[in-house]
Every structure is written in structure tokens, then in C-alpha cells.
Design a protein around this ligand. Sequence first.
Ligand SMILES: Cc1cc2nc3c(=O)[nH]c(=O)nc-3n(C[C@H](O)[C@H](O)[C@H](O)COP(=O)(O)O)c2cc1C
Length: 365
Amino acid sequence: MALGLVTAGESHGPALVAIVTGLPAGLELAKEAIDADLRRRQQGYGRSPRQQLESDEVEVLAGLRRGRTLGTPLALVVRNRDHANWTWGMSPWQTDDEPTGKGAKAVSLPRPGHADLAGVLKYGHGDVRDALERASARHTAVHVAAGSVAKTLLRELGIDVAGRAVEIGGETSDDGMREATDAARKDRDTLGGVVEVVATGVPPGFGSYAEKGDRLDARLAFALMGIQAVKGVEVGDGFALARRRGTEAHDEIDPGLHRRTNRAGGLEAGVSNGEPIVVRAAMKPLPTLMRPLDSVDLASGEAAQALVERSDVQAVEALAVVAESAVAFELARAALEKLGGDSLDDVRAAHRQYLERISAQWQPR
Ligand SMILES: Cc1cc2nc3c(=O)[nH]c(=O)nc-3n(C[C@H](O)[C@H](O)[C@H](O)COP(=O)(O)O)c2cc1C
């Protein structure tokens, strides 16, 4: 069975939920490792006070016994602690209580750049909140929990995946990124940036050129583009390759079948080539602005300013963690396609056997 993921949960609802299917039995998971990734997602210089308010923690409801996967669906839950302030506004059930607390008043001021306007038109919602609660990136928390599980599986195969912010507000040095964030905060504005995810230890042969949906480059691009606010994806040198000549664009093959350069980002013809996999994602500036843009009040039809709600100045470091998780999950899926089995021992044995078969020509560096 292919590795699968389905999630549910609203930003201020009771909890976020993920169900991961297709994991082999016998994979040892540690709550601390998943919680550490959840904390990494919440950190970052440009985050809002909500991140201090809520310290995310994973709960497991199914698929795990004494810390080992059972080979059955794994159910992960991350509670929204902030839900305590939204119990009326985000109650799943209609109740007779008087409206109180956050979310009690309908939102009618769509933010340019967010799901608000498209969401209410598409679903016929009368309250913009009905759209924004799910569109919000809050539920990336359970994606990170699922990605953490995927990273644990990949580590069993010697594969490491790491994401980092490489550019924020046009700045590439740590100091510059911080200064740009401070300046945007002072101006009550927001920033975007670029994150890079590198996967090492991936052997040649993950993914396939047989069909476009099999291509690992396409699948990684899909996984990254599926994250909120991502507007561009690059594999290897990506767009820069378009401006080079062929003699400066490809990676020459050395004896030992390794490459002198890695302009392809470890992927040729949608298949891993044994070099580190390198992908980048561009994030647009966050659409919730403390200095709101022009919009329309949907209740009156009059010109108005967009909704102002507690929000980050930039979330590029958080995106780096979310992107790392997305890449890890897709690589774990590709790993299990190539080496899959019902138990981790089966997967390990298939991995050993595959490396053994290609070892006459290719060996890890
Ligand atoms: C980790 C992360 C955190 C985000 N935080 C915010 C935020 O605080 N405020 C905001 O307006 N948008 C935030 N976003 C972006 C919005 O969720 C996103 O722009 C919106 O859902 C519209 O989708 P689109 O940008 O893909 O078109 C965040 C995105 C990510 C990945």
C-alpha cells in the first residue's frame, strides 16, 4: 500500500488530525522527536505571539503500540490550545448559549492574497471565517508531525532531510534577514522569502520517468506547491539553468559514477541520481497585514479595509520546517515504492539488496 496522508482541522477548532497509511510495521517512533519538530515549526524570528501561546504536542490515537508502528493507519492529533478562547465561535455543534469569545462575530472583510473571497464565493459561506479557518497554515502542524514520522523511516535507510531559510525579504545573510524582519514589523508590513530543502543519502533510482505522475521532481514540486503561500519551486539550479549553455548546465560523470557538480539537484528524468536532492520554494509575503489593503465589506458592499487579525511578520523559517516535512513525506513514499514491505525489516532487506546489486557500478560517497 502506498504511503498516504489525510488531514483535518481548523485553525481555532478543537484539534488538528492526520491519518498516515501505508507505514511498515516495526518502525520505532519517539514522541520527543515529533514534538521537537513541532516546536521548530513554531519558532522563527517573525512569528506572532500565538506561537508562544501554544506549545504544540503530538498525541497518537491509533497505529502505534509501545512506540512501534503496527503497519496499520497511524492517527496523529495536535490540539489547538487556543481553542479555549473560541469555544462558542468554533463549536462544532449548534448550541443555545449566548455568543461569546472569539469568532462570535462574523467576518466580512476579505484579505487580498488569502482564501477569504474565493472561499466564500466557492462555498457560499456567509462568514469569511468559514473559509479562512481551514485555509490558514495552522494545520501544517499535523503535516509536520507526519513528516517527522517520515524522517524517522528515512533515517533507517540512511537518508537525512533538512530545510532552512536561505532568503527573507530579499536578504540572504542572517543579520540581513533579521534587520529586514525588524524593519517590516516596524512598518506593520509582511515579508516573504526562499527556503531550501536538501536530502542526503538518497540512492539512485527513486522515482521514475515512466509517467509524469511518477517523476520525483514533479512530485516534490507538487508537495511544495501544496503548502500555503508557496508561489514558486526550483529543482537544483532551476530557473538559472534557463540562462546557461548546455556545457555549463549539466553534471559531468566521474569514474565511480559520481558528479563534479550538482546543478540538477540530484534528479535527472524524474529519478534520483545519487547526489543530494536540492529543492527550493519561494514564499510570498503574508497576506494578513496590520496596515490592511483595500477591500470590500461583503455585508454592505461598501469599500472597506481588509480584516486585521493577529499574524506573523514573516514565516519563512516555519516554512523551512513545513517544506522539509513535505519533502520527507514524498521521499518516504518514493522509498517505499522502491523498497516497500510490510515490516521495517523487509524494507531494510530490500534496501541492502538493492545497494548490493548496483554496488559494482555505484557506491555511496
Ligand atoms: C508556516 C506558514 C505560516 C503562515 N502564517 C501566516 C500568517 O500568520 N498570516 C497570514 O496571513 N498568512 C500566513 N501564511 C500564509 C497563508 O496561509 C496563505 O497565504 C493563504 O492561505 C493563501 O494561500 P496562498 O498564499 O497559497 O494563495 C502562512 C503560511 C505558512 C506556510
